[in-house]
Design a protein around this ligand. Structure first.
Ligand code: 13P
Length: 295
């Protein structure tokens, strides 16, 4: 069943948990995310980032995401991630997306505010919740996955709690992506999350908060972030890293038996799919934060 971003985050709020938002720019990832949602009976967000257009064009994968979500027994939201162009957002809304993020974090505050207002207005004409971002993660979702590093290295600017309160009042965004130490891509060393920034934001604003750069964080930090108001966790890089490693291991296993062994494409995609299922299953259970009754 397909539900909108506001409603899926309300489920998270009621249960003091976070919803996994998986970027799914391949059939294996899309199938793994839906299968895990159905098997665990946990709500999941299926995300398509504008920056993933070269991997999976919106016009091709978008209708498939919506059709599979509609016929699934699991509670699923089909969401546009890191959208920088309102014309692209309109296309996703017309396809039937039920969540959309406008990312103006790279713009000066006034421009971000104005474009976020326009995005929220556009979504209000559809059954679609809106996410906006304040502060900056530094490294961009569309960038190379090994650009990540640390928050300082990637030029992150933490979200200002007072500005967040004004921003939410002016834009009417349903949920807010905040910067408090996570980065997109691979972490160099341990991630250092600033929970004081997060709790200060939560004290000022009452809407669900979003963690971007959510893969590669320890289970303990996920739990602390959820207990501090994080309701949606965006997850991509480490899942596809593990899937890539599984595909390589499969190839090596075949080649170790015979140097000229044929390795079929489906051998690699099957290994990647299985590894994604294993990883997604682990994270949705951690993000559930002990919640039993999920609706
Ligand atoms: P990761 O790069 O940490 O997986 O973050 C993904 C993300 O935030 C997508 O919006």
């Amino acid at each position: 069943m397909i539900i909108n971003l506001r409603d899926i985050c309300a489920v998270a709020e009621q249960n003091n948990m976070a919803i996994a938002s998986f970027n799914v720019p391949s059939f294996e990832a899309l199938r793994a995310a839906i299968d895990v949602a159905e098997e665990t009976d946990h709500p999941v967000i299926l995300s398509h980032a504008e920056g993933h257009e070269p991997l999976a064009p919106l016009d091709s994968i978008g209708p498939v995401m919506v059709a599979l979500a509609e016929r699934s027994s699991a509670m699923l939201c089909v969401h546009l991630d890191h959208c920088e162009h309102l014309s692209y957002m309109r296309r996703a809304l017309e396809i039937g997306f039920t969540g959309a993020m406008y990312d103006g974090s790279f713009e000066p505050y006034e421009v971000n505010l104005e474009n976020s207002q326009r995005a929220a207005e556009m979504c209000s004409g559809f059954d679609c919740g809106i996410e906006c971002e304040l502060g900056s993660m530094g490294s961009r979702e569309a960038g190379q996955r090994d650009e990540g590093g640390t928050a300082e290295e990637s030029g992150a600017v933490y979200t200002d709690p007072d500005q967040a309160a004004d921003f939410i009042a002016s834009t009417g965004t349903d949920i807010l992506a905040c910067s408090f130490g996570t980065v997109h891509g691979i972490y160099k060393g341990e991630p250092h999350l600033n929970f004081k920034v997060l709790t200060d934001i939560r004290d000022r604003v009452k809407i669900p908060l979003v963690m971007h750069g959510g893969s590669g964080v320890s289970d303990e930090d996920y739990k602390k972030a959820i207990d501090s108001g994080i309701r949606k966790i965006n997850y991509y890089t480490y899942g596809v890293k593990y899937a890539g490693e599984a595909a390589c291991a499969e190839m090596e296993a075949k080649r170790s038996k015979s140097a000229d062994a044929i390795v079929y494409w489906h051998d690699l995609t099957s290994a990647a799919y299985s590894r994604l299922v294993e990883d997604f299953d682990h994270v949705v259970k951690v993000f559930a934060n002990g919640a039993k009754q999920l609706a």
